[in-house]
Design a protein around this ligand. Structure first.
Ligand code: MRU
Length: 359
């Protein structure tokens, strides 16, 4: 089994410190929301789905230890702490979506007079725990839909060459992954010739984390520098690019790890299909276009140093946005657990989801 980013059992939570990988596999105990906020903010745990799951589980751990006589007190605590957790990192929308869902759930429990404070607490914790299983099953569906879409464009039996960016695997989710889940599905169907993946400077999610997962699973793969992408597409006949997402706007513009946009531009130039693989919880229908997505800027030290060793000249000024926005027109399809959609189809998907909710 691949290293798990998140270990949760009976109210006990530990997360793998991803800053130490691949040198060291050390788990950090999370005793409550404050610890959850810190590991997300410091990027010891990262990846949009994993951020949401760890944030919510840290709340489950905290409230499991408390006793609530009044339902209102539990509701107030939950609301305040979920809003605090959202502030740990601004770009990925999954934590916000999870918070909105859980706040509306706790309100419904609060309004239901047949539910006691103890039952409300138990049901709320169970709703958080269910997120882990749902993420794994959603990832498997994303993997299957994505593999099918990519194989639709090639001849029967042909093996494909994929390019991915950042880390979107077991370490960024509850397990299996989104874009890397697509790669895993292609490999298990014996249809993957090679998965190329970028280093993903400055945090090196590719070189440290994706490399770790691909080598562990014995998936044929090749690490390339971020600056190799154009030359790779010119020379290696890439069949498709698949990346993850931190937030997809209603028009399909997609915020993802810095460097994604330039890969999409190059893919367009070389007529390589460009897919975004993400659960529905990464789609933010409240944001019309990518222009309204807040892009997190990280400290300069992440660029100037690697493992505490300075690599940039002292005194230099850096600009370190953690994400960029790929315009919808460069995206072939958005692979979700409900199927693959063109960016222009997201508005129809939104109405279908709304109808489903109301029925
Ligand atoms: O800064 P990070 O490492 O949290 O950024 C991660 C990404 O950009 C991933 O591509 C995205 O969150 C999807 S993870 C399934």
């Amino acid at each position: 089994m691949t290293l798990q980013a998140i270990k949760y059992e009976n109210g006990t939570l530990e997360v793998l410190d991803q800053l130490l990988l691949p040198k060291e596999s050390k788990y950090i105990p999370i005793l409550g929301v404050e610890d959850g906020w810190k590991v997300i903010n410091k990027m010891q745990v990262r990846g949009a789905p994993a951020i949401a799951i760890v944030g919510c589980l840290s709340l489950a751990v905290e409230i499991s230890k408390e006793e609530f006589e009044k339902k209102k007190a539990l509701r107030r605590e939950v609301e305040g702490k979920l809003n605090y957790l959202i502030s740990a990192r601004p770009t990925a929308v999954n934590m916000k979506q999870a918070a909105d869902h859980l706040i509306s759930y706790i309100n419904s429990l609060d309004n239901d007079e047949s539910v006691s404070a103890q039952e409300m607490q138990a049901r709320f914790v169970a709703a958080i725990e269910a997120m882990l299983e749902k993420d794994i099953s959603d990832n498997r569906s994303i993997g299957e839909f994505g593999a099918k879409a990519i194989l639709n464009n090639v001849t029967d039996g042909e093996q494909v060459r994929i390019l991915t960016h950042c880390n979107t695997g077991s370490l960024a989710t509850a397990y299996f992954g989104t874009a890397l889940g697509v790669v895993r599905c292609l490999h298990s169907a014996s249809r993957l010739e090679n998965c190329y993946f970028t280093e993903t400077r400055p945090y090196n999610q590719g070189a440290r984390l994706t490399a770790y997962e691909l080598v562990h699973d014995k998936i044929p793969s090749t690490l390339v520098c971020d600056s190799t992408v154009a030359y790779l597409m010119k020379t290696a006949q890439i069949n498709a690019v698949v990346v993850g997402a931190d937030r997809v706007a209603a028009n399909g513009d997609t915020a993802n790890k810095i460097g994604t946009y330039q890969i999409a531009v190059v893919a367009k130039h070389h007529e390589v299909p460009f897919y975004v693989a993400a659960p529905l919880t990464s789609i933010d229908f409240n944001v019309n276009t990518g222009d309204n997505i807040v892009i997190e800027e990280r400290p300069q030290v992440e660029m100037t140093h690697i493992n505490n060793i300075r690599i940039a000249s002292p005194g230099v000024t850096c600009w370190n946005p953690a994400f960029d926005v790929t315009p919808a027109r460069l995206i072939t399809g958005i692979i979700t657990e409900k199927g693959v959609f063109r960016p222009s189809e997201l508005s129809t998907l939104q109405s279908q989801l709304q109808d489903h909710k109301n029925s």
